[in-house]
Design a protein around this ligand. Structure first.
Ligand code: GRF
Length: 224
């Protein structure tokens, strides 16, 4: 992989990760040990999120901010932004953060808030993506990293990974195949951002300074 500019370690970017549960994407980011980024903190809206323990084991500061302690979405998001901003992050990464965010929150982090979604967006926004893909009989499914905008699960796309849907797949086997790719593409997206190879333009376009472009098609089932 070649980049136009070599990464300068002095310019390490600070990242805050938001989780609500298992935290496997967060773990993939921590274990990727990206030299271009420093994970400043992991914040969860749930005290029992498994990911909190994983973050602590990696020596990362953790914080719990329960949405139940706030009267409404707006006041929770205001408190959340205050908590995040105390770490002065360059990038905020949603990793299984199960809250719909207010317009004000999203606008505050425009161009520096990313999410991973378990489908090939714009197909299957929302929940139960694997069940819905199987019910529709699609042959190719996958995951998407995108910038977050006020339009839920429809922000500008950064990178996608496609996987075959196999004939005997269950939602669980398909989810596992997709998750494996999530753990590959999310660290890559963060790496691009932290190296300044990835930007969101003011008119909402993704600028990605990639040199290689793939040429192979994924055909499912395979041709004879
Ligand atoms: C992942 O499938 C992610 O795409 C979605 O929520 C799930 C979180 O899993 N946004 P984990 O907490 O990262 O293990």
């Amino acid at each position: 992989m070649r980049y136009k500019h070599e990464f300068n370690d002095a310019a390490r970017k600070s990242v805050v990760i938001l989780i609500s549960g298992r935290g496997s994407n967060m773990q993939a980011l921590l274990e990727a040990k990206l030299p271009c980024s420093r994970i400043a903190a992991v914040i969860s809206n749930k005290a029992d999120a498994q990911g909190l323990e994983i973050a602590s084991r990696h020596g990362i500061a953790t914080q719990v901010l329960s949405h139940r302690d706030y009267a409404d979405r707006e006041s929770f998001d205001t408190a959340l932004a205050t908590a995040i901003d105390s770490y002065q992050p360059d990038l905020v990464v949603l990793a299984g953060f199960m809250r719909i965010l207010t317009q004000n929150f999203v606008a505050h982090y425009e161009g520096r808030l990313i999410n991973i979604h378990p489908s090939l967006l714009p197909a299957y926004g929302g929940l139960n993506t694997h069940e819905r893909a199987l019910a529709d009989g699609v042959k190719i499914h996958g995951c998407t990293v995108h910038f977050v905008t006020a339009n839920l699960d429809h922000g500008p796309i950064i990178v996608q990974a496609a996987v075959p849907v196999l004939m005997d797949d269950t939602p669980e086997t398909l989810a596992a195949r997709v998750l494996h790719e999530e753990h590959r593409i999310y660290p890559q997206a963060v790496r691009w951002f932290c190296r300044d190879h990835l930007k969101l333009t003011p008119d909402g376009k993704v600028l990605l300074d990639r040199i290689e472009q793939p040429s192979a098609a994924l055909i499912v089932p395979e041709l004879e």
